[in-house]
Write a protein that binds this ligand. Structure first.
Ligand SMILES: [Zn+2]
Length: 243
């Protein structure tokens, strides 16, 4: 629980974090300040439970990001398009990851006939169209959470289709093997699952690597943090080592 003033707490937390990071790695902020070369563009939901860098166990500088309500990829949204253009054509990320999630408020709203109000109904129109297109399948799912998770998956599939039709992305897929992935973050377990859309057919990210990357004592890995367990990142993958 946060104390009375969440903003004041956040600022003090930032001070502590910056001190911790600087102590842990004195070059950390100098390197960050020198520039960025992230390998991943993450397109996700604005939901506070889906902070991409945190849930991926990565660090500042690792993930270029665009998030909006219900991770909707609209080809006419100049915001999303500008982020994609910069990340793909200028930063030259290697992976574009679209990630939906369970318990998405946007998905739940799209499954309801009630108006949300303001601009939100307009924004959620693509999701409502998706609901209409898959009405039989969705109506057959009795559990509300499961139905919301399913429309979140369908939304990722539709979003990946938009990404794969994006002219810049197509060019970079062809020219340099840019990869596009559709994924779903399960909030209840903390796991990101590769849905197999886009250029990655059946590739896995996250926990399903089966422990192949369990660290045996360094080997070029960087120990990140943890009292009872530590995350170890190596060139061949990341893993958690329980102490
Ligand atoms: Zn969401």
């Amino acid at each position: 629980m946060l104390p009375q003033d969440p903003f004041a707490y956040a600022l003090s937390s930032n001070q502590a974090w910056a001190g911790y990071k600087g102590h842990q790695n004195p070059e950390f902020f100098n390197k960050l300040a020198a520039g960025q070369s992230p390998s991943i563009l993450w397109l996700g939901c604005s939901d506070s439970r889906c902070p991409e860098t945190t849930i991926l166990g990565l660090q500042p500088g690792d993930v270029f990001t665009h998030r909006n309500i219900a991770n909707i990829v609209s080809p006419t949204d100049i915001n999303t398009s500008a982020v994609i253009e910069y990340a793909v054509a200028h930063i030259k990320v290697k992976h574009v990851v679209l990630c939906g999630h369970t318990s998405c408020g946007g998905a739940a709203a799209a499954l309801s006939d009630a108006r949300v109000g303001g601009v939100l109904d307009t924004w959620l129109t693509p999701l409502r169209a998706l609901r209409a297109a898959h009405r039989d399948e969705l109506d057959a799912i009795a559990d509300d959470k499961a139905r919301a998770a399913r429309i979140a998956e369908l939304n990722v599939e539709a979003g990946v289709a938009v990404l794969m039709a994006n002219a810049t992305i197509r060019e970079h897929v062809e020219d340099r093997g840019l990869q596009v992935h559709g994924t779903l973050f399960d909030i209840a377990s903390g796991r990101v699952r590769d849905l197999g859309f886009g250029t990655s057919k059946g590739a896995k990210m996250g926990a399903d690597t089966g422990g192949a990357g369990i660290a045996g004592g360094g080997g070029g890995g960087e120990v990140v943090r943890g009292r009872h367990a530590r995350l170890v990142f190596r060139t061949d993958g990341a893993a958690m080592q329980v102490q």
